[in-house]
Design a protein around this ligand. Structure first.
Ligand code: PAF
Length: 282
């Protein structure tokens, strides 16, 4: 496996692989890889001849008050995980390599970036689209892999690919959870032992909501209220949002009808965690 910080080196390897007629999968990440990322790499390795993993904490998807500086980083550990999983290349650029000293262009999307996480993080998805668009142009993969934990991001990327005619298949992969139900996330490392226990309200409230749906409840408000009640019973938790929307238009829906996304963002202490479920296969 190779590790590079240079766009030019990625490009020359990709050129060589294309000459050999090899297919290419891309797994974009911000590093500090866990089992969730590994599941994306495993799937990409199965479906492509060569897999590129990008490891880049993208400054432009963080607002000034967010955790860009604190975001955990460990490129040695990440490289080892990628190599063991069968990746062919890790691309780990510095911010200057991606944005130079004067970057004037961005990809901005309206509507579906303004709901759910976009309400609290209004500049976030512009930053995500811009970096993912750049990675798509640098790597030009056949397929790119994204986790369902960031369901809104998955929907936004699919929309960007459709709107801007990227010739790339976007593969959504299931959420990977700890044994007790907590969705795997690099941000879980911020939690104290007490907060780690409290964080279970996310998956528990979604389980409760799923049970209601399975028992025939179709009123979205009732399901949201039940989930909120469970979260509010945890003193360390503060709700950002709990929503039910259509998948994958992300439009608000009052009834459970067709594929829906139930998504929530909850602060546990200072750490903002997200989790969700979708009622149909993505
Ligand atoms: O999901 C992430 O880790 C990031 O948002 C992504 C897609 C790598 C873009 O920086």
């Amino acid at each position: 496996m190779q590790l590079t910080k240079k766009i030019s080196e990625v490009r020359s390897l990709i050129k060589q692989w294309r000459k050999e007629g090899l297919s290419i999968g891309l797994v974009p990440t911000m590093g500090f890889l866990h089992e969730g990322h590994k599941s994306l790499i495993d799937r990409a390795v199965k479906e492509n001849d060569r897999v590129v993993v990008s490891v880049f904490v993208n400054p432009i998807q963080f607002a000034p008050n967010e955790d860009f500086e604190a975001y955990p980083r460990d490129i040695e550990r990440d490289s080892k995980l990628c190599e063991d999983a069968g990746a062919a290349l890790v691309f780990n650029p510095e911010p200057e390599e991606m944005y130079g000293d004067e970057f004037l262009t961005s990809i901005n999307m309206t509507k579906i970036t303004e709901v759910l996480c976009g309400k609290t993080r209004p500049t976030h998805f512009g930053g995500v689209c811009t970096v993912v668009g750049k990675l798509f142009n640098i790597v030009s993969p056949d397929r790119a892999y994204f986790g369902q934990k960031d369901a809104q991001q998955l929907s936004v990327i699919r929309r960007m690919v459709k709107d801007l005619n990227f010739d790339i298949e976007i593969i959504g992969c299931p959420i990977v959870r700890e044994a007790d139900g907590l969705a795997k996330s690099s941000r879980n490392t911020y939690l104290s032992p007490e907060e780690r226990k409290a964080a279970l309200v996310l998956s528990k409230s979604l389980c409760e909501a799923k049970k209601l749906i399975e028992s025939g409840e179709t009123n979205a408000d009732k399901i949201i209220t039940a989930a909120k009640k469970l979260i509010e019973s945890e003193p360390l938790a503060k709700i950002d949002y709990v929503s039910i929307v259509s998948w994958d238009s992300l439009e608000k829906t009052d009834t459970i009808n067709g594929a829906i996304l139930m998504a929530e963002a909850v602060y546990i202490g200072k750490t903002r965690l997200i989790d969700n479920f979708i009622t149909e296969q993505i």
